[in-house]
Design a protein around this ligand. Structure first.
Ligand SMILES: *Cc1c(COP(=O)(O)O)cnc(C)c1O
Length: 420
């Protein structure tokens, strides 16, 4: 299960498992799975797709996965006949049970499982604008996997977790959590990119291992289950795929999953067209794709999860390749358009969503208006996070607190050394 060769996208050369980069260029690596056809397993959530995940076993206690359903409300508003929503969040009535409410939960479980199967138990270092950190914190608490999270100070409000049943008991401070799982949280003054810079330094300290971001195949193939779940329920590939992106990793993942489904032979032979959306002006992928000078970023955006100053754009196997091969499109969405789209979605589908996926909803509205999507086309809309309000009704959320706030990586390194 999940057997694969790890190949450079650029030249197909096979690289050692667990590599994060190619020796001769900056190409992404991709898993070339032994199973050409996917046979869904009777396992919960993403583990149904074990054939195309880079692990041998499911990770016990992580049972969530994407949920694909046919839209009625939003579809009617937009005049679409075959709009499918991949809901990646918490919505018990639909069977959606991602524990931290975003599709980062699809990435965290296979990444940590892959690390566990590796056997040497290093500390995983993750830089995040919030949702990734929350997802990894959850799996770390569940598994005792040592984890070091590095997040921008502004993202701290997003650093909550719903503890697994057996770990409750009033632990609402990171200090208390730390007693049982070596979970460390460092906040960085600055934005997501500043957090990435600190993480890049800290992850090379002994005993640490980089999570890898877009370079991590477990992360990409975990997110790729969105496309797999859709194609398996429709029995064919959708014609269009809509997603709000920051790094664009989810777009790459959808493209790669579609390539595998085409090779499988049972789901059609045409790649879904990628429609990626960003919140302007913090939209480097949008400006790069349109060949426009980037505008100065703003600090107070409708969505700041989607701002990654250095996306994996022009590297082999990266976002640009994904867009070119799928005849893709990138949309720039204003704060106002995103706000209105959020209201439209929440009213028509009757579930709350995060701000990021509202940007994708706004892009879908634009595409319909411009005739890029026709009423009969099958569309997959990735709602990358939602149901957090629902979750709050049912569970108490525990806020994670940083152990230190730093401006520079040296402060983080000193803090970690003192801890040892
Ligand atoms: C991370 C994130 C995205 C963007 O993901 P990419 O890695 O750029 O594909 C979109 N929505 C939510 C809710 C996210 O957390």
């Amino acid at each position: 299960m999940g057997e694969y060769l790890l190949r450079c996208v650029s030249d197909g050369s096979v690289q050692p498992n667990h590599s994060l980069s190619c020796p001769h260029d900056n190409s992404l690596l991709r898993a070339d799975y032994r199973a050409q056809q996917i046979v869904p397993k009777s396992l919960p959530g993403i583990w149904r797709f074990l054939d195309w995940l880079p692990v041998n076993e499911p990770l016990a206690g992580t049972e969530g996965g994407p949920v694909t359903y046919k839209s009625r409300g939003l579809a009617r508003e937009l005049g679409l006949e075959s709009l499918f929503i991949s809901f990646n969040g918490f919505w018990p009535e639909k069977g959606a049970a991602l524990p931290t409410g975003s599709f980062k939960d699809l990435e965290a479980a296979p990444t940590i499982q892959m690390l566990r199967e590796r056997g040497d138990c290093p500390t995983l270092v993750v830089a995040s604008a919030g949702n990734t950190a929350r997802a990894f914190a959850h799996v770390s608490i569940l598994t005792q996997q040592p984890l070091l999270l590095i997040v921008p100070e502004k993202a701290l409000s997003r650093m909550w977790t719903v503890l697994p049943e057996d770990k409750r008991g009033g632990a609402d401070q990171l200090d208390q959590l730390d007693q049982f799982n070596q979970l460390k949280l460092i906040a960085v003054r600055g934005d997501y990119y500043d957090a990435i810079v600190v993480a890049e330094k800290v992850q090379s300290l002994p005993g640490n291992v980089a999570e890898g971001g877009a370079r991590n195949i477990a992360r990409r193939d975990g997110m790729g289950t969105v496309m797999l779940d859709c194609a398996l329920s429709l029995k064919e590939l959708p014609k269009h795929y809509f997603q709000a992106v920051g790094s664009g990793t989810g777009g790459i993942s959808a493209w790669e999953a579609a390539l595998r489904l085409i090779r499988d032979g049972r789901f059609g032979s045409i790649l879904p067209r990628l429609h990626l959306a960003q919140n302007i002006p913090n939209a480097p992928i949008f400006y790069a794709w349109m060949g426009r000078e980037p505008e100065a970023p703003k600090s107070d955006m409708f969505d700041d999860v989607l701002f990654n100053r250095k996306p994996p754009y022009a590297i082999p196997g990266g976002v640009k390749d994904a867009l070119q091969e799928t005849n893709g499109e990138v949309y720039g969405v204003t704060d106002r358009q995103a706000k209105e789209a959020k209201r439209l979605f929440e009213e028509s589908e009757e579930i709350d969503i995060l701000n990021a996926p509202a940007v994708a909803v706004a892009a879908l509205e634009q595409a319909v208006k411009l005739g890029k999507v026709l009423p009969k086309d099958t569309v997959l809309l990735n709602i990358t996070g939602g149901g957090v309000a629902r979750m709050k009704e049912m569970h108490s959320l525990h806020q994670l607190k940083p152990q230190i706030v730093v401006s520079q990586w040296q402060e983080a390194a000193e803090f970690l050394e003192a801890k040892i």
